[in-house]
Write a protein that binds this ligand. Sequence first.
Ligand code: E4P
Length: 218
Amino acid sequence: MKFFIDTADVKEIRDLSTTGLLDGVTTNPSLIKKSGRKITELIEEICKIVSGPVSAEVAATTFDKMIKEAQVLKKIADNVTIKLPLTWDGLMACKALRDEGIMVNITLCFSASQALLAAKSGANFISPFVGRLDDIGADGMSLISEIKQIYSNYNNLTTEILVASVRHPRHVIEAAKLGADVVTLPPNVIKQLITHPLTDKGLDAFLKDWKETGQEIG
Ligand code: E4P
């Protein structure tokens, strides 16, 4: 399972990249706004830190403009993945960009039928937003299960399921149990993955006992 980080905060990306656990990055217009940075400069900086796919989202809503923006973003670095919304124009742009060999992540997926269309359009990644579905009382993880089942039925559907809008470690574990290809995690969720009070308590006790032995290793 691949771990992407869902942020436009360069410091967080830099810090977490040192763990060796980051396989890619996802950004979106809201995260870019939060960063206060110019998208092209920011994506260029991120691509220098992480060699895996870095998703940069178009702001256009029509096919022609999406393609134009995608070309600007794609020029930034080889690992830029164009993020397109799940609309007819987005799907058509996906097909056109994939024909040119450009990586595409289709975002804002909330149904299995949308995921099927994205796969048929040749998307490299489909991003179902599990947290936002949970927020409206639906079950985000059951969408992942449905998409997984559908994609598994057809060898020619090679789109990777990128679980997005992740809110907590349980989403990560459930996604892994279902065999999702990728999860994109906000920095706080990555940090929560390692936390367990019994680990902290156990380590404190070991360190205390070790000190009392008076020994040193090496
Ligand atoms: C995915 O690529 C999106 O950037 C992200 O996961 C959206 O998450 P949110 O629902 O927390 O905004």
